[in-house]
Ligand binder design. Structure first.
Ligand code: ADP
Ligand code: ZN
Length: 209
């Protein structure tokens, strides 16, 4: 039995910084949809096994639901179950722009689409298709973590390379070296730029080009 009617279609976005509980919130909505006997499908981009197996949407508290790993919106299109009432997509920031027409089409066809994703990258700039997804969504919830420096609400992903704030132009993919991420507020978030480094290096030396 399916409860899908075209009028149930909608888009929900759960946005926010890392560690803000987006996966927890996505899983909470998925679990409730399952209790309501909706047919649910979960996809997760960006294959990582930080917290659990790659076939699960994992939350830091260890609760998990099965998820299908994908690298592109086309892979979701190919694997969408025509009978699904609810489609959840975690780590949506890593998907290509094709995710926008995909979820718009699904919602128009009666599917409730729930997307979770980090809305800003380590520079504090909009991440992937998140701005477009937030614009076309019926409902947007922006979650916050706790700033590990000052304890205020965190809205930024602090990237650290070898323990130091990553520079604005640091490579997206690190080859070797250790990198880590922290949740920080706007004021504790640090993204040194090339010219700032030079100012420090050359101050008092009289220019430096
Ligand atoms: P997200 O999907 O947004 O990365 P998760 O749902 O995976 O978030 O994890 C959220 C959990 O992370 C919180 O419930 C908390 O236990 C833990 N956590 C770790 N660091 C922080 C932090 N700096 N602020 C808030 N929660 C944190
Ligand atoms: Zn702070």
């Amino acid at each position: 039995m399916t409860y899908t009617s075209a009028r149930n279609g909608r888009i929900e976005v759960v946005a926010g910084v890392m560690f803000s509980g987006k996966s927890e919130e996505l899983i909470r909505r998925v679990r409730r949809a399952i209790i309501a006997r909706r047919k649910v499908q979960v996809f997760k981009s960006h294959l990582d096994d930080r917290y659990s197996g790659i076939y699960q949407v994992a939350s830091h508290d260890g609760r998990a639901v099965e998820a299908v790993p994908v690298d592109s919106s086309a892979q979701i299109t190919r694997q969408v179950d025509a009978l699904a009432d609810v489609i959840a997509i975690d780590e949506a920031q890593f998907l290509d722009p094709g995710v926008v027409p995909l979820v718009t089409g699904l919602a128009s066809g009666g599917v409730r689409v729930i997307l979770a994703g980090t809305d800003t990258d380590f520079r504090g700039e909009p991440f992937g298709a998140m701005p477009q997804l937030m614009a076309v969504a019926e409902q947007v919830d922006k979650l916050h973590a706790i700033c590990v420096v000052c304890g205020d609400l965190a809205s930024r992903n602090q990237r650290l390379i070898e323990g130091r704030p990553a520079r604005y132009d640091s490579p997206t993919i690190m080859v070797g070296g250790t990198e880590a991420y922290e949740a920080r507020c706007r004021h504790c978030h640090e993204v040194p730029r090339q010219d700032q480094d030079q100012e420090v290096l050359f101050s008092g030396v009289g220019g430096g080009g």
